[in-house]
Write a protein that binds this ligand. Sequence first.
Ligand code: NAD
Length: 211
Amino acid sequence: MTDRTIISVAGDPGYDIAVGPGSLDRLGEALSPGVRKVLVVHPPTLGARAGELRTRLMDEGRREVLLAEIPDAEQGKRVEVAAFCWQIMGQADFTRTDAVVGFGGGAVTDLAGFVAATWLRGVELVQVPTTVLGMVDAAVGGKTGINTAEGKNLVGAFWAPRAVICDLDLLHTLPKNEAVAGFAEVVKAGFIWHPQILDAIEADPEAATDV
Ligand SMILES: NC(=O)c1ccc[n+]([C@@H]2O[C@H](COP(=O)([O-])OP(=O)(O)OC[C@H]3O[C@@H](n4cnc5c(N)ncnc54)[C@H](O)[C@@H]3O)[C@@H](O)[C@H]2O)c1
């Protein structure tokens, strides 16, 4: 892999996944030109970085960028949290041509995707996963959802993102246990499709899991 890789996902609509250090640079251009308001959904752990993202997305005042800090991990995947996001969007007069950015692990991208899928029956979504699991699984594929008291992921929608941006620099602060947990999905992909993934991990497990 070169420093920056683009993986095109076929479909209707298809979308690109940008992978590599520094690929967050692409976030502004990943949004449709007509987007004027953006809701960035993020967990408390990424509050400072979400603030930086906001500045980057404002595009010198051409866009209004709102931040929705949601509870961490599974606590964020609740209908009350979706309603909190819908409230921010309603109060800001979010239209069909505005956009949601999911900035966090799989729990955040699931919730942000669900909010984008349901507001006005669907608005633009760009996913910026910040965990290994989010990058290799949760933020790609268009599955979104929330939990109910009865179980995980019982309510949701299929909603394809316009783009997925996997900036590997974001992984530097990820706790080791979270990184290793995400690698289980990488190993799974090795067993199912690409044995060369297993070869690379077996050759140097430390290097392969060093984020
Ligand atoms: N939609 C799908 O297809 C799909 C697929 C697999 C999993 N999922 C969902 O993904 C969720 C799990 O995702 P996860 O493993 O990413 O967990 P997570 O989203 O709960 O994140 C794990 C922890 O890491 C923290 N974190 C995230 N990014 C960080 C960073 N860069 N630096 C420091 N800390 C950071 C979070 O605040 C959280 O405490 C589950 O809800 C699961 O249902 C969805």
